[in-house]
Design a protein around this ligand. Sequence first.
Ligand code: 13P
Length: 287
Amino acid sequence: MLVSAKEMLNKAREGKYAVGQFNINNLEWTKAILLTAQEQNSPVILGVSEGAGKYMCGYKTVVGMVKGMLEELGITVPVALHLDHGSYDGAKACIEAGFSSVMFDGSHYPIEENIEKTKELVSECEKLGLSIEAEVGSIGGEEDGVIGAGECADPDECKAIADLGVTMLAAGIGNIHGKYPENWAGLSFETLAAVKEKVGDMPLVLHGGTGIPEDMIKKAISLGVAKINVNTECQLAFQEATRKYIEEGKDKQGKGFDPRKLLAPGFEAIKETVKEKMELFGSIGKA
Ligand code: 13P
């Protein structure tokens, strides 16, 4: 059964660890993440971007696949199925399709509009017992080959959004999606501490988990981060393992062309990456 992310994140915040959100792209990704969570007895959040949702034939297909796997793989650890960086309409569609958690990313709107739209979605999620993540201060990332610096959120705006009753809050603290550039200034712990001061016990979310040094991850957790999103790192692990298999000519040996064989090294690489992250975040054994 899918669960809201509320309880697992409140426990994580109290216990000073973080739950990983790992983004899914297809069946192999989903199976790798769910099996690893079960093996490590860790709660987990499956993230679905709007693009990945479309790729997987729509949110209903995603819900069907994930629910089927929970049952057929005998997954008993807490699993939330969460829309990542959703638009207002995307969040509504996921609520309807049976997601247990959504993110509404209104960080690109003026704060009044972000508040207005977040508020409406909070009330819908509350009625259904779903968790909801909001964002203040946009996360940087690559656009047209240029890596934009991540914004630092305004702590008062964070408080205004947190007070709407969201379950968790993503505040920009200089973090970036994808690989970090050489000259990256690092996370702004000053901003994180100021946000924490204003929002109190609200679980905070750190996006752009790929490539953040371990000591920064640990410090962020000590300052109230209870959910960390990882996407690119699993993609890179999958890519490297798949490349190796082909470069070694294994796809041309015997039945090495069989997709179940061809995709196996990438699948194992995702499992390994997810396990390493769960170790670093401290969520192992916390299911
Ligand atoms: P990375 O791709 O940098 O790991 O970021 C993932 C993320 O924050 C998804 O919202």
